[in-house]
Design a binder for this molecule. Structure first.
Ligand SMILES: [Ca+2]
Ligand SMILES: [Ca+2]
Length: 187
């Protein structure tokens, strides 16, 4: 091998090494959740299930697909009244697991835009009257199969409503019989 051939071999080897370094660096890029609403969600008692993250977007420098997501009420979860669910916009390539109380786990290989649609479809509903008015905090994160995104959160402020009073006419008025001339009956 002459000098020129040696130089070529060294150049090719160096180029391959740099490509490996670049690949290792790129594979470390975690997905990023952004454009979260910067104000709390106000949820009024007795209203329908409401989307929590309507403007959320997902980015990832090196991955075209995601493998899963986690959504959880991390503050003040009320077992008897809080429900996380999803609306009809959930992509069919994503499987929903709601077995865990106060949390939803999404799985399935799907595009960033499909996971974006899925996260925007997650809803909160409160079934209690009167509800517990402690502020809930819901956390969202996604995974590209290797790296998890940093979680993002949004608070939910519960607004109770003052229901109208209801008259109860289910009871029958009962009168004791009084014998004539017997005076006032004893208690
Ligand atoms: Ca990635
Ligand atoms: Ca009420």
């Amino acid at each position: 091998m002459n000098a020129i051939q040696k130089i070529l071999v060294i150049m090719i080897f160096s180029l391959l090494c740099s490509l490996v370094v670049i690949e290792i660096y790129i594979d470390r890029a975690a997905p990023v959740l952004s454009n979260i609403e910067n104000v709390a969600l106000y949820y009024t008692e007795n209203t329908a299930a409401t989307e929590i993250m309507g403007t959320l977007t997902i980015g990832d420098l090196d991955t075209r697909t995601l493998h899963g997501a986690s959504i959880q009420i991390i503050n003040n979860f009320q077992y008897a009244e809080d429900t996380l669910a999803y609306n009809a916009s959930m992509p069919t390539s994503i499987t929903v697991n709601t077995q865990v109380s106060g949390a939803i786990i999404l799985s399935g290989v799907a595009s960033l835009s499909e996971y974006q649609t899925a996260l925007r479809a997650i809803t909160y509903h409160n079934s209690k009257n009167p509800p517990n008015i402690s502020t809930r905090t819901v956390s969202f994160s996604v995974s590209d199969g290797t790296n998890n995104s940093l979680p993002v959160t949004r608070d939910i402020i519960i607004i109770p409503s003052n229901d109208a009073p209801v008259l109860d006419n289910t009871h029958v008025l009962k009168l004791d019989a009084v014998r004539e001339d017997a005076g006032v009956p004893s208690q």
